[in-house]
Design a protein around this ligand. Sequence first.
Ligand SMILES: [Mg+2]
Length: 407
Amino acid sequence: MPVIDQIELFHVTVPLPAPFEPAWVPGGARTKTSFYLIHLVTDDGVDGWSAFSASGRERAGIGDSLAGLFLGKDPTDIDMVHERIKIMAVGGIRNWWIEPAFWDIKAKIAGLPLYRLLGGTDDTIRLYLSSGEVRGLSERREEAEARLEEGFGTMKVRVHDWDEEVDIAQIQDIATHMAGRMSIAVDCNQAFRLTQHGDAPLWDLPRAKRFADAAADVGLAWVEEPLFMEWYEAMAELTAYSRVPIAGAELHTAGYPELKYMVEKRCYAVFQPDAMWAGGIRQCMQVAELCRQHGLKFSPHSWGNGIGFIVNAHIMAASGFAGEMPFEFPYCPPGWTIEARDALLEAPWQHDRGSFHMPTAPGLGFTIDQKALSQFGACFFRAKRRESHWMPEALMGVVGTREQKKS
Ligand SMILES: [Mg+2]
């Protein structure tokens, strides 16, 4: 039985080529993207990686918990991994994002790409272009024309205005302009509120219904997260009312138990849980199965870094829904480029005329670019079975070590 012999944690910050203003963080322009990176190594030298968005140093202290819970444990025992992530969550922070690193090891030991290990057969999945910014009408048209030229058949736009007429004008304009050439979806980003840099409108059910009506009238592919994530009754009412599919559920960190309730209640017509937030790969696969049983659609969220993209792509390829729904491709130049998004990977994930060919290498299927890691990353925790090094100084930009011998 292989066991986890080493755990490393990194904090990574990659500069963006141009400022990026995500629609879901009103008033916040980003000039860099930051994330945590976990690296697990077994006693046989098989390794696994995963990564999760960082807003600051909020996960600087998790190394001691990780070391205590996972060193010496069988990385292929996913039940154990889930139980211990739940133990960590008792401390108040849900770290589902580490679970894919165990799957990476498990699939490498099996000698299979992860989606194959999960039973998937879809080697190529259709993508939709996921734009991240609210843009003016003419810039939006230019963006859609450029992505159409690159081969995308579906594009998801963003709205986030205080005035609902502005939001409705946005979707009417782009859907009419691209009619017959490109399918348009829209993300309202109402499910969670990131108002730390500026306030944002909070839609109520009547506004969401009016917007869904307008979206249906211009033939949108789906409307994403038009209501707050805890308003289950209102979501179910809207989904039953709407002529256009209502989608969502990306960041439900309680995972499967909450998502099962939402599926059974038919809160959405399309479920989009992201493994990094919503219960890891295991629970997202369970949600996909449940969606199948209930006649609903499934396509995971993937916005974040290139590792989050590929983790969720494996779920999509294994879910059986790849022939029914396109999968999210986060790409919003000039700020959010493929190269910046995937800066730590030896080979960035490229699309092929709007489709994605699943990697053939065992595991998650990527190699970390060690040069990029040393350029953009700082290791702040390293533990082996007999010793651990806590390096908080690394997060301050100065790499240091302090040894803590474990008995
Ligand atoms: Mg979304």
